[in-house]
Design a protein around this ligand. Structure first.
Ligand code: NAD
Ligand code: MG
Length: 358
């Protein structure tokens, strides 16, 4: 299959999507050569896939090192990031060293940020192993770690040299994590591509059964849409914000319940239902469209009713969101189906939506 190209001038790169790519030397052809490579992964993914990756890239480097991090969002922070720098420095890695991020979005964000800052920047390759990472976090060059006072607050825009999405790795993903990734796939339909929405509806059972052909299309089309958006707005000065459809409400759910209670994708699934209800009240979509997408989110085994935090608490949490401007909450609103705009909404309307959805 042809790669998906992300066009960013001299920072352009390919996204490879397919079955069995991780362990094939050809997946890594043409990447920068160096004396050493470092695989950054975690304790869960390392035993599953590190050996395959190591064997495939070994011909290109004199030595391949590994940094195996503890597993979990709570380790996406400074102390754990330092383990990557420890491995690089203890092994005498120079400024040409290539970093391979092998894992989900947590590993990808950390390895990417390490690559952006080690010796002011070394090349890195994303090898995402969760659905969410394949369709979202590994593409587009956002890297970050969390701070105790805020998620993803310390980071950099730094593009990888390549993204290698091996669909076979999704077979070992726990069902909840898989559904969470589907939320980000569904997201691309209402904001950008109604034909893709039709396709997801027709193929949701095949996707849930992890049929490789269905996964290939879902991952590929998601990456194409993300590449198209990021190609026009690499640093989120405008258009890129539409990728946050469902995320304003979703972040409030995540923060309100305490991070980790609901998975990010679960909160986004429910957040999209809320954002659609708001879009309907603002005149962007009709009842039938809201019902249709809500049903699809349900079929993806995602929650469609939010936790009862109370409307005041939701509003308070959304006002401190990174995307709010001067206290005005910004929502991604569908108008008309297949297109998204970023806008504010009256508090009374948001309260009405929350009453309907919690
Ligand atoms: P994750 O990285 O925590 O992975 C989820 C779980 O699955 C982990 O326990 C992981 O060890 C395990 N796992 C990974 N691959 C597996 C496999 N093939 N088989 C079995 N288990 C596997 O979570 P995620 O959902 O991939 O990513 C979430 C992170 O991504 C968040 O930190 C979020 O902030 C970030 N993110 C970043 C961007 C971006 O643009 N940079 C976009 C969206 C999300
Ligand atoms: Mg997201």
């Amino acid at each position: 299959m042809d790669p998906v190209r992300i066009e960013l001038g001299e920072r352009s790169y390919d996204i490879l999507v397919g079955s069995g790519l991780l362990g094939q030397a050809a997946s890594y052809a043409g990447l920068p050569r160096a004396a050493a490579a470092l695989i950054v992964t975690n304790e869960t993914v390392q035993p599953l896939y590190a050996r395959q990756l190591r064997e495939a890239i070994a011909p290109h480097y004199r030595t391949v090192h590994e940094a195996v991090l503890p597993d979990g969002e709570k380790f996406k922070e400074w102390q754990t990031l330092n383990l990557v720098f420890d491995a690089l420095l203890a092994n005498g890695c120079d400024r040409k060293t290539v970093i391979y991020a092998l894992g989900g979005g947590v590993v990808g964000d950390m390895a990417g940020f390490a690559a952006a800052s080690y010796m002011r920047g070394v090349p890195f390759v994303q090898v995402p192993t969760t659905l969410l990472a394949q369709v979202d976090s590994s593409v587009g060059g956002k890297t970050a770690i969390n701070h105790p006072l805020g998620k993803n607050m310390i980071g950099a825009f730094y593009q990888p040299q390549r993204v290698v999405c091996d669909l076979d790795t999704l077979r070992t993903l726990p069902p909840r994590e898989f559904s969470a990734g589907l939320a980000e796939v569904i997201k691309y339909g209402p904001i950008a591509d109604l034909a893709f929405l039709d396709w997801i509806e027709a193929n949701i059972d095949a996707l849930l059964a992890r049929d490789v052909d269905a996964l290939a299309h879902a991952v590929r089309r998601s990456c194409e849409i993300k590449a198209w958006v990021v190609g026009q707005d690499e640093r989120e000065s405008g258009l890129r914000a539409i990728l946050n459809f469902g995320h304003t409400f979703g972040h409030a759910i995540e923060a309100g319940l305490g991070y980790g209670e609901w998975l990010h994708g679960e909160a986004v699934g429910c957040g999209m239902v809320m954002a659609l209800q708001l879009s309907r009240r603002l005149g962007g979509v009709d009842d039938a469209f809201v019902a249709r997408v809500t049903r699809l989110i349900e079929r993806a085994q995602l929650p469609v009713r939010g936790p009862a935090l109370g409307a005041d608490r939701y509003l308070e949490l959304m006002r401190v969101d990174k995307k709010a401007e001067g206290g005005e909450i910004k929502f991604v609103v569908i108008s008309p189906p297949g297109r998204a705009v970023v806008q504010g909404a009256p508090d009374a309307m948001v309260r009405d939506v929350l009453a309907a959805c919690t």
